[in-house]
Design a protein around this ligand. Structure first.
Ligand code: B3K
Ligand code: ZN
Length: 862
């Protein structure tokens, strides 16, 4: 497969002002007639060639200005027409089989309904078209099909006409007044019921809202509707963005490759991000629904009204929209905890990517398959980069920048460069050097040293940006850091200021607040960097207990644990050092557990130990490689020490939170703390944990408590494990999203037999390779289970490689998403590294690999 390069961009030689589509719908055969008005693009080099992309399509007929045409030929999958004049009408007929489409790109069948997914390049599986985001067209669609099978017919924009046909057929016409690229096209036909509501916009326009699901799922849609209304209001208040159609439809489908899709006026969602009620969804699920509904809604401006010139600009819409949904959720759920969660995701998913063979800048330079670039780097690091601009500008000036961006580029297909320029002009920032964040991959490391000087703290910061594939010798990046200097002796809290490190090495003089200075740095995680500092343990304990910045407190707790665990796993600690490390951490956890000022949601964050993935990253620096086995053992031992040392305190905390009612505003935090404590006891006193968890399971009146308890039980060797797993399965049989949880809990568990258990689950009657949620529920969970995946005999690696090979012919996009787990081999100790690499090689030798998997495996081995 060819490499596509950013520098090769040229505008499309033709404009397509109008597109008419007619669909004769059938699950096994759908006929598509596309009529394109075509005229020369005055802003592009002239060419007689009209190249229409196709993928697995055959043209049944091609007409030029109404007459059968001969001036066309196929060039591999594309249809190329030679046009004689300046403006024409081109009509093309194709026939597709949605039921045979297991890739879930283009038009496909799911549970008897028909739906589409076009981003990034799925439209070319429906009809021949210039399937690129810079070709904007106005769409008029007519769809016709059997009314009993497809009582509801939906498309983008407004429903302009409908009617009955002969023999039980009916039809609907839709018109979308907003010009859009083909990737935002959507169509849905099926037996659906709506939860309907209205929203009145800031200018008093009433918008009809519908969340469409299967009738039996209607009772679980209220949260989605509420989330949508909150998002619409928030975007008006925070970014001045008003919705621009009279109708907003969301449809939930069970077979979906991603979370959701922002098609104009017709979002298509994975059921996972729509359906939620107390009995079936956890607190985390409720938040995820709210966040994804918001994300897709926010795309209406950052993505749809202003779209991307080419797919290299993906972060233009995704990074910005992730930032917007993060800020929204901060406002809905509480800033501190949401920020900590977002940083945790960044560190778990993006930092490893940036340190591995798949590292790429947030604006990549080349790709073979664009689906492989819907990454944590483009999305989450992209959001962090824009967040840095916001930090440097301040909220109000940043808003001036985004206003200018929306204003200047409305209706256009824009670039990341356009965005940065608009922020520069609107917010009055100078961002010349800052643009390196778009070009350079790799997580910068900032080394901190400090000395007392002239009555202040002289802080010297040294930055390095690590080499990444195809990129070395990088330039210094502007790194904005919120800092403060506290005093450990007096407990004085220093005043916060923002410094921006722009050179390789730079010294800043900060005012002291007392005789024993303790630096608090990267407060709020203002920059997506790794801070390397050598703080005394007492300083970390002080920051963990007393810093006024909640993120900095969390960070100090993490650092205490990371420093200890990495040293212990590397064999750097003798028995005394080990004991001292554990004692310090237990003291810090005790302070958190007994701090009556803290709310439980924040307490839960502070009690959360760093994940094993994050510890691998911390251990694999310099010459050292990560040892997953050693990290796992040390982390379990630390949990045991905490459970033993703080038994009494944890028990009394548990007793307190157990009594907090579900709908008490403090209930969420209480539930979080409860499951964390049960998890700690699972390490220190498994028998007791089994009893506690079994009782929590039996008494649970909600999914959060039930799942939390079952998670603990899954890792234990106790009869209650199988008993409660069975009870859970029986209770929820037939509810796919909950049965997904049942698979995940087992695949992610700490049970020593997890590999056998996963193998057995793969032959469970409810397991299928055709449904991405189900595949992920078993195998993505397993690939994220450090103990099972990194089993020393390589059985975990083999299992994931087998899965990739089996899934690739069915659903290449989803198959390729499993490759990065194996791609981490370079940072792992040599025995496991060899086993991982051997599996990548085995995959690479397979015949007929998809472009998706081929690219990821090649890069991972490279
Ligand atoms: N824009 C979609 C991504 C779909 C990509 C499919 N390969 C989801 C989102 O970011 O909102
Ligand atoms: Zn998005």
């Amino acid at each position: 497969p060819p490499v596509i390069r950013r520098e090769d961009y040229t505008p499309y030689p033709w404009l397509i002002p109008a597109t008419k589509l007619v669909f004769d719908l059938g699950v096994n055969s759908t006929k598509v007639t596309a009529t394109l008005s075509v005229e020369r693009n005055p802003d592009a080099g002239a060419s007689a060639e009209l190249r229409l992309n196709g993928d697995s399509l055959k043209a049944d007929a091609v007409l030029l200005d109404g007459e059968t045409a001969t001036c066309w030929e196929m060039d591999e999958a594309d249809l190329v027409i030679t046009l004689p004049g300046e403006a024409h009408e081109v009509t093309i007929e194709t026939t597709i089989d949605p039921s045979a489409n297991t890739t879930l790109m283009g038009l496909y069948a799911s549970n008897g309904m028909l739906c589409t997914q076009c981003e990034a390049e799925g439209f070319r599986r429906i009809t021949f078209f210039p399937d690129r985001p810079d070709v904007l067209s106005t769409y008029t669609v007519r769809m016709e099909g059997p009314k009993d099978q497809f009582p509801v017919l939906l498309c983008n924009g407004n429903n302009t006409a409908s009617g009955e046909g002969e023999d039980g057929m009916h039809w609907a016409e839709w018109h979308d007044p907003w010009p859009k690229p083909s990737y935002l096209f959507a169509l849905v036909a099926g037996d659906l019921a709506a939860n309907s509501d209205t929203f009145t916009t800031m200018n008093g326009r009433e918008v009809e809202l519908n969340v469409w699901v299967r009738a039996e799922d209607l009772p679980r849609t209220d949260h989605a509707v509420e989330s949508l209304k909150k998002s619409m209001k928030w975007d008006e208040e925070t970014f001045g963005r008003e919705y621009d159609l009279d109708l907003y439809n969301i449809v939930a489908v069970s077979d979906f490759n991603m979370g959701a899709m922002e098609n104009k006026g017709l979002n298509v969602f994975n059921t996972k991000y729509v359906l939620a009620d107390i009995d079936t969804a956890t607190d985390g699920d409720f938040d995820a629904v709210e966040g994804v509904i918001a994300h897709e809604y926010f795309h209406n401006w950052s993505g749809n009204r202003i779209t991307c010139r080419d797919w290299f600009q993906l972060s233009l819409k995704e990074g910005f929209t992730v930032l917007r949904d993060q800020l929204f959720s901060q406002d809905m759920q509480g800033e501190a905890v949401k920020r900590i969660e977002d940083v945790r995701i960044l560190r778990a998913a993006q930092f490893p990517e940036d340190a591995g063979p798949l590292a790429h800048p947030i604006r990549p330079d080349s790709y073979r398959e664009i689906s492989n670039f819907y990454t944590a780097t483009v999305y989450n690091k992209g959001a962090e980069v824009i967040r840095m601009m916001r930090t440097m500008a301040g909220t109000e000036k940043f808003r001036l920048g985004t206003d200018l961006y929306f204003d200047r580029h409305d209706g256009e297909a824009a670039t990341c460069e356009d965005f940065v320029t608009a922020i520069e002009d609107g917010a009055g920032l100078e961002l010349a050097q800052f643009r390196r964040w778009y070009r350079q991959a790799g997580t910068p490391r900032v080394e901190v040293s400090q000395e007392l000087k002239d009555g202040g703290l002289a802080l010297t910061l040294k930055q390095t940006v690590p080499d990444t594939p195809g990129q070395d010798a990088k330039g210094a990046m502007p790194i904005p850091l919120r800092v403060a200097v506290h005093c450990r002796e007096t407990g004085a809290i220093g005043e916060e200021q923002l410094i921006v490190l722009t050179l390789d090495e730079e010294t800043f003089i900060l005012p002291l607040s007392g005789p024993v200075p303790v630096l608090s740095i990267n407060r709020g995680f203002t920059a997506p960097v790794v801070i390397e500092r050598d703080l005394e343990r007492d300083d970390l304990v002080f920051l963990a207990a007393s810093d006024d910045d909640p993120f900095a407190r969390y960070e100090a707790m993490q650092e205490l644990a990371v420093n200890h665990l990495v040293a212990a796993a590397s064999g750097d600690l003798d028995e005394a050092g080990r004991a001292a490390g554990k004692t310090a951490i237990c003291d810090a956890v005790r302070a958190v557990v007994t701090d009556s000022e803290l709310d439980d949601a924040m307490r839960g964050e502070l009690m959360t130990l760093p994940s094993e993935t994050y510890l691998f990253e911390a251990m694999a620096s310099g010459m050292r490689k990560a040892d997953p086995g050693a990290i796992h053992n040390e982390r379990e031992q630390l949990k045991t020490a905490i459970g033993v040392t703080l038994k009494r305190e944890l028990e009394s905390l548990y007793a307190r939170v157990v009594d907090i009612a579900f709908d008490d505003p403090a209930g969420r935090g209480a539930r979080k703390v409860k499951s964390i404590i049960a998890g700690i006891f699972a390490a220190s006193d498994p028998e007791r944990a089994a009893i506690m968890a079994a009782r929590q399971f039996d008494e649970a009146g909600n999914m959060t408590d039930r799942q939390g308890a079952l998670m603990v039980l899954c890792g234990l060797q106790t009869p209650a494990r199988d008993e409660k797993l069975k009870a859970f399965f029986d209770r929820y049989q037939g509810n796919d999203l909950v049965i997904d949880k049942w698979f995940t809990l087992q695949a992610f568990s700490l049970h020593p037999d997890v590999i056998d258990q996963v193998n057995e689950l793969a032959s469970h009657p409810d397991f299928t390779m055709k449904n991405p949620n189900r595949v992920r529920s078993l195998y993505m969970a397993f690939a994220g289970n450090p103990q099972g995946f990194h089993a020393i005999d390589g059985a975990g690696y083999r299992m994931i490689a087998d899965l990739i090979l089996a899934l690739d012919p069915i659903n290449p996009q989803t198959a390729a998403r499993f490759v990065p787990a194996l791609g981490r081999w370079r940072r792992i100790e040599s025995v496991r590294a060899g086993l991982m690499k051997a599996q990548l090689e085995r995959i690479s030798e397979a015949e007929g690999l998809s472009r998706d998997t081929f690219e990821q495996v090649t890069r991972s081995l490279g």
